[in-house]
Design a protein around this ligand. Structure first.
Ligand SMILES: Cc1cc2nc3c(=O)[nH]c(=O)nc-3n(C[C@H](O)[C@H](O)[C@H](O)COP(=O)(O)OP(=O)(O)OC[C@H]3O[C@@H](n4cnc5c(N)ncnc54)[C@H](O)[C@@H]3O)c2cc1C
Length: 291
């Protein structure tokens, strides 16, 4: 008998770092692979849509909610570190900061930049999360995915077409189950020091304690979206409950019960102002669901 809880009509605002989002028709938070398999079978039989989320740190979910089953992976955790081979096997619901800290504690170098990114490994792989010229794909060997029809696949880095905040997984309905990373042995004290310096730097330069989704826009390389927005004097500009951060202009804060529409309108307003002034169309990095 399977003990997984399937809940109905649960607000997704508690499942996103923006604290925005209407109800999931159904939601479940599997803890192991049997529960995940049970859920995809259930969805298949009911013929309803299935949506996968991690920590919801890069998601704007419509206030109207999401139809079908939302599978939240944040309880699907486990890390195995083999110091001698420098290989880490990690389940996709594990948080990136936890992984970065455990790698540092094991004297493995490579993930010092990742400590302040509040997402799961699954979300990091899908988004090719990164910071300070590093990104997760630089340290990946392979991932294991499960399709909604129950087929496992081991995918190597070269199969995933990684780019700037991009992977092939953004266009496919595959569940990231686990990742295999290869790091390098380093000096434990130095790794720990750099890891905590990186986190401190973030705390000073980003509105880290606020309700945000990190950077809203992709950088139109070589330019920085934050700089373009700041130059237009938009720091602190508000629409409804959504506000452009005064600390980092590429962050939108849910400062007063913002609706998904407040955020969407602010995104479109910024796009219009930047386009009118610079002829550049800022593309969103944040993924939008249910619109
Ligand atoms: C304060 C703050 C700072 C941030 N800083 C950075 C930064 O420096 N660099 C950076 O790259 N990002 C940053 N982000 C954005 C975000 O943390 C990353 O994009 C993160 O990788 C998203 O992971 P998640 O688990 O929250 O994914 P979610 O937001 O839940 O989902 C993102 C996408 O991944 C998919 N997905 C998630 N898990 C799975 C899975 N197991 N299988 C299949 N699909 C899945 C979802 O369907 C969705 O399309 C920041 C966010 C915040 C709030």
């Amino acid at each position: 008998m399977n003990s997984i809880q399937l809940e109905k009509n649960i607000s997704l605002s508690n499942f996103t770092t923006w604290r925005i989002g209407g109800p999931a028709e159904w939601i479940a938070q599997p803890k192991n692979i049997e529960e995940i398999k049970y859920l995809i079978n259930w969805v298949y039989k009911k013929k309803i849509p299935c949506n996968i989320i991690g920590a919801g740190s890069n998601l704007l979910i419509n206030d109207k909610g999401i139809k079908g089953l939302t599978i939240c992976m944040r309880n699907f955790k486990g890390i195995q570190i083999d110091q001698s081979s420098e290989i880490i096997e990690v389940l996709s619901g594990e948080m990136l900061p936890t992984l970065a800290r455990k790698a540092a504690a094991s004297g493995l170098h490579g993930l010092e930049w990742a400590v302040g990114i509040p997402g799961t490994i699954g979300g990091a792989v899908v988004m090719n999360a990164g910071a300070q010229e590093h990104c997760i794909s630089n340290y990946l060997e392979s991932i294991t995915t499960l399709s909604l029809t129950g087929e496992y696949k081991i995918m190597k880095v070269k199969d995933l077409n990684f780019g700037y905040r991009y992977s092939l997984l953004q266009n496919e309905k595959l569940i990231v189950i686990s990742a295999r990373l290869k790091l390098e042995t380093g000096h434990a004290d130095k790794i720990r020091r750099v890891t905590s310096e990186n986190l401190n730097h973030r705390l000073k330069t980003q509105p880290y304690q606020e309700q945000t989704c990190g950077s809203v826009f992709r950088n139109p390389e070589p330019l920085k979206a934050a700089k373009l927005i700041e130059e237009l004097g938009l720091k602190g500009f508000r629409l409804g409950g959504a506000e452009i951060s005064k600390i980092h202009s590429n962050f939108i804060i849910n400062s007063n019960k913002a609706s998904s529409y407040d955020v969407r309108e602010l995104i479109q307003y910024i796009q219009k102002r930047v386009f009118n002034s610079y002829g550049i169309l800022l593309e969103t990095e944040v993924k939008q669901c249910g619109f």
